[in-house]
Ligand binder design. Structure first.
Ligand SMILES: NC(=O)c1ccc[n+]([C@@H]2O[C@H](COP(=O)([O-])OP(=O)(O)OC[C@H]3O[C@@H](n4cnc5c(N)ncnc54)[C@H](O)[C@@H]3O)[C@@H](O)[C@H]2O)c1
Ligand SMILES: [Zn+2]
Length: 384
């Protein structure tokens, strides 16, 4: 018998840029990235809604590549939004386009769109030839302040969120702030929840900054929005690059605070409730639970709920109360699915204070139900 234990030392670079007008020929950022990779070819895929909002974008991209040494293989416009992740249709379509463009593993696939689009196109990029170089251009608050700077991609399957997916570090992420200003207002606002989340879990000073800037953030004022996006993105990226578990091999997932309920609410509502608004509800629920279970002081819940209300983010959704045939709240399936998706024991992060958390392995479902009652009444009270 023989046994050999090897280590595979791999270092991933994670380039994240914040800029404006990334395709202006005088903007050096993309050129620097293309040069660093020394790649031969590039194919560009733009989300339909972004192409519509920016009618000159395709021409700008083409003009940009005329000035580079990279062989430009064209632009495709594909749909986005949650429907693009619903099954593998658009992943297959993207593989077809990658194949037709003869991209190889040294080529670049530039993907310009929101979080759902980047998840689907990113999965296609991660799996074509076992990975072509993906340059992400996130175009929504949520994709710039969270998902776009992460190292994951996925589509949905078996009525479950992100069931098919991969960990794949993008070649680069270019957060072009200009794109933020054409997204639908509701999308723009909802994406702020991931900033609130990462502040709550990681950075008290950032949470206090959010509180101080609530009026400007609630009004989606560009300067406040952009500052919030950049700070949130950096906190997410810092956790991934320095937190010791970039590919989530362990059980703790601090960046998924409030997400066990959120992912289930998305699936229960057939994705009519999208990710940002679902996280707002899930985060409100887990914050209230943290306080009511005694992990955190009662004032914490009041403080966080105030922030969410001032940002006009709803903290209750009727799907929290939907029951199965045996009279059990269906949202609780989210706990089992969360554990299964992660592997290992159930681990849910709860807050002890702002910027300070604890991993718990048991959730008191009666207490969750009481918190749901509180959120429902609170919402009804606010509507009166
Ligand atoms: N991979 C990860 O680590 C990760 C993390 C968090 C969330 N996500 C995923 O991200 C998705 C949510 O992303 P999202 O909030 O960006 O929503 P989204 O991608 O669904 O976009 C929301 C809407 O805005 C439109 N849009 C996007 N950018 C636009 C622009 N600049 N101008 C005009 N319209 C624009 C889209 O067409 C869509 O209708 C979810 O599927 C969620 O699961 C992934
Ligand atoms: Zn999220």
């Amino acid at each position: 018998m023989s046994r050999y234990d090897f280590q595979i030392p791999v270092v991933f670079k994670h380039h994240i840029v914040f800029t404006r007008n990334a395709f202006a020929t005088e903007n050096p950022e993309l050129a620097r990235i293309l040069r660093e990779g020394n790649g031969r070819r590039a194919l560009v895929i733009i989300e339909q809604a972004v192409a519509t909002a920016w009618p000159h974008l395709a021409a700008e991209v083409e003009a940009y590549f005329r000035e580079t040494d990279v062989e430009f293989r064209g632009i495709h416009v594909l749909p986005g939004g949650e429907a693009v992740k619903a099954d593998d249709h658009w992943v297959r379509e993207t593989w077809t386009r990658i194949d037709a463009a003869h991209l190889d593993r040294h080529s670049y696939l530039l993907a310009i769109g929101g979080g759902a689009f980047l998840d689907a196109i990113g999965f296609a990029a991660a799996t074509a030839h076992r990975g072509v170089r993906l340059v992400r251009f996130p175009t929504t608050t949520l994709s710039q302040d969270d998902s776009g700077v992460g190292v994951k991609c996925a589509i949905n399957a078996f009525a479950k969120k992100n069931w098919i997916g991969a960990f794949a570090v993008p070649f680069a992420v270019i957060n072009d702030f200009c794109f933020l200003h054409s997204q639908p207002e509701e999308t723009c606002r909802a994406g702020l929840i991931e900033a609130v989340k990462v502040a709550l879990v990681k950075d008290r000073a950032f949470f206090e900054w959010i509180e101080e800037n609530l009026a400007a953030l609630a009004a989606l004022e560009p300067a406040a929005l952009e500052a919030c996006v950049e700070k949130s993105a950096l906190l997410h990226a810092r956790h991934i690059t320095s937190g010791g578990d970039p590919f989530e091999a362990g059980s703790s997932r601090p960046l998924d605070f409030g997400h066990w309920a959120a992912h289930k609410l998305e699936a229960l509502t057939s994705y009519h409730l999208s990710h940002g608004p679902a996280v707002a509800v899930g985060l409100a629920l887990d914050t209230l639970y943290s306080s009511r279970a005694g992990f955190a002081p009662p004032e914490l819940a009041e403080r966080v709920l105030t922030v969410l209300h001032r940002l006009s983010l709803a903290t209750y959704h009727p799907a929290l109360d939907w029951l199965d045939e045996s009279g059990r709240r269906r949202v609780f399936d989210g706990l089992d699915e969360f554990r299964e998706h992660l592997g290992g024991a159930l681990t849910v992060l709860m807050l002890k204070d702002i910027g300070c958390s604890v991993d718990v392995h048991h959730i008191d479902r009666d207490l969750v139900a009481a918190c749901i009652d509180e959120l429902r009444k609170h919402t009804a009270g606010n509507l009166d």
